[in-house]
Design a binder for this molecule. Structure first.
Ligand code: F3S
Length: 404
């Protein structure tokens, strides 16, 4: 892979060990995928944050990188960069019942990222809180739902980075030019047409069903109705969890649909037609619990927007919730929710706005819960395997139960 003079210096250690190690990762990746050069990025989003998933080995790796940087006193995190959800609410872990040992390790991980110049904003919806690339920007994002959103709804360019490669890209301000950074790879690979209009959590069910079919393909959706940003974030999250979709197009809605090559696909035998009963069946398949009530209702996957929090506040206002309720979001959105009074309404009903973490990367399996209620197809897909718990997939208004 071609490196310019400045990149050569980064690669040979002129700027210290942390930059050198990061360049080594990028060059190795570029060589594997046949990239001809590196491209400058404008933003990074880094996964590999939860102590549950990266453990002590990950913590030591990050601390080594941070210490290497400190000794050399070199500039770091060349572009605005944020973190994926962590394993705890970094501030309110005790109130929510997280163990102190886990929470201490979790905070050490986030501190190491902070030393590397990465913002300690832990969220899978960074596009709601200021990490917002422009159309056609090259970026290095790693959380799969965020990748699907930024590629598809915003029209920036990223591959599905791993945590280490997104961190390396952040430190170097560059990423190898291959995959979805190249226009030719952004064409649709099949058409998905819907028989009926859909809304709300139908989008998650649809994404789950189509992701399984298309794997790492690029679906082009033809909807009967306009979608909201919240619905598109659910769609992308589900597509990226049952499949490995990083980019999709929606006719008349997403920014690149016009250049996605629809006409060449009209006769394609792989095209999918989705009926109302397909959606209904998927809905049922996403629930694996025989119970009618969840111990913990966990909303905000991907992390909730202010509008979603308002909808939950409207459901629970002046009532007492029977189940435990977590609404997962970023500290930034919670601050807005506090000011709008939504947090108070939810807390008065017995729920919590939980920051920095989520039902999949938090150790909820160690917190005494057995059945989790979710309105996210991605969470319904992951909770049984990553947490070993039963799951009920439904609308928030059906999941939340109230005291008489
Ligand atoms: Fe985000 Fe966790 Fe869902 S990282 S997309 S809330 S599984």
């Amino acid at each position: 892979m071609y490196l310019n003079k400045e990149e050569e210096k980064m690669y040979d250690g002129t700027y210290g060990d942390t930059v050198r190690k990061s360049m080594e990762i990028l060059v190795a990746l570029g060589d594997i995928y046949g990239a001809e050069n590196l491209v400058n990025i404008t933003s990074a989003q880094i996964s590999g944050v939860s102590y549950k998933t990266i453990g002590d080995a990950g913590l030591e790796y990050l601390q080594d990188l941070a210490i290497g940087q400190g000794l050399n006193n070199n500039p770091i995190a060349k572009v605005p960069s944020t973190l994926n959800p962590a394993g705890t609410d970094l501030d309110n872990w005790e109130t929510l019942g997280f163990s102190s040992e886990f929470s201490k390790k979790q905070n050490e991980i986030v501190d190491a990222y902070g030393m590397l110049g990465i913002s300690k904003t832990c969220t899978c919806t960074p596009y709601l809180v200021g990490n917002v690339p422009r159309f056609k920007d090259h970026v290095a994002w790693s959380e799969s739902s965020a990748v699907a959103y930024v590629n598809s709804v915003i029209g920036a360019r990223t591959n599905r980075e791993g945590g280490p490669s997104a961190l390396a890209a952040s430190i170097c301000g560059k990423t190898p030019m291959y995959g979805y950074h190249l226009e030719k790879n952004r064409k649709a690979s099949l058409l998905v047409e819907l028989e009926v209009p859909i809304k709300g959590i139908d989008y998650g069910a649809l994404g789950y069903m189509v992701g399984k079919e298309v794997g790492d393909g690029v679906p082009y959706f033809i909807f009967k109705n306009e979608s909201t940003n919240t619905e598109l974030k659910s769609l992308g999250a589900a597509l990226a969890s049952s499949g490995a979709v990083a980019l999709y197009h929606v006719e008349n809605q997403t920014p690149e649909y016009n250049n996605a090559g629809k006409n060449e696909l009209i006769e394609d035998s792989n095209n999918i037609f989705i009926t109302a009963s397909d959606i209904k069946n998927t809905f049922e398949n996403l629930t694996n619990s025989s119970k009618n009530e969840a111990d913990l209702v966990c909303l905000g996957c991907p992390h909730a927007s202010l509008e979603e929090i308002k909808e939950i506040a409207d459901i629970v206002v002046n009532k007492k919730i029977k189940n435990d309720l977590w609404v997962c979001t970023s500290i930034n959105v919670k601050a807005a929710s506090d000011r709008m009074g939504y947090t108070k309404i939810i807390e008065s009903a017995g729920g919590h706005i939980v920051c920095d973490t989520c039902m999949v990367v938090a150790p909820i399996e160690d917190m005494g819960y057995e059945t989790i209620g979710v309105n996210s197809a991605k969470a319904a897909n992951y909770v049984p395997t990553m947490c070993g718990l039963d799951v009920i997939f439904d609308d928030a208004k059906n999941l939340i139960k109230f005291e008489p």
